[in-house]
Design a protein around this ligand. Sequence first.
Ligand code: FES
Ligand code: FES
Length: 178
Amino acid sequence: MANRPLQLTLNGQPVGPVEVPADLAMIDYLHEHLNLTGSRLGCGQGICHACVVIVDNPDGTSEQVRTCITGAHYFAGKKVRTIEGHATQDEAGNVTLNPIQQKFVDLFAFQCSYCAPGFVNAATVLVESAQRQPVNKSELEDRIEASLGHHICRCTGYVRYYDATRAVLNELGLVKEG
Ligand code: FES
Ligand code: FES
């Protein structure tokens, strides 16, 4: 398969243009070309969602996209965030996790952590959506299920992931009566 030039924005930084095989899966591009191995290859068939990244759309919304079944060239010109892009580091080297990451740690939401990057991205998309439009209390559980429900955790850590996501939404004041 011939190479084609690929250019995108990744975790706020421009990448490329670089010549990339036209049929290269995004997860292979991240792992093999950029050495970003945080996006996990689970099923490789679009089922487990361990491999999702975040795509930030021009209208300000964002979405999860599975990288095992999506070609790298789909992301051409797009703004993409991976698990490596969430934490920040100050000049002294102190790392600050994003609120979801920190809450997952605080509440021991994962065990082996293989699924954790996907859950972090899923919950981050939900929290950011709620920052634009708070979630009605009556819809909270459905919204969490819609965001996290496709993600498979083989250590069966679902309850704590859900608890942590709910806690972040509540603590940030993103749940309103209704
Ligand atoms: S590895 Fe992509 S959905 Fe399972
Ligand atoms: S914590 Fe092990 S797969 Fe989810």
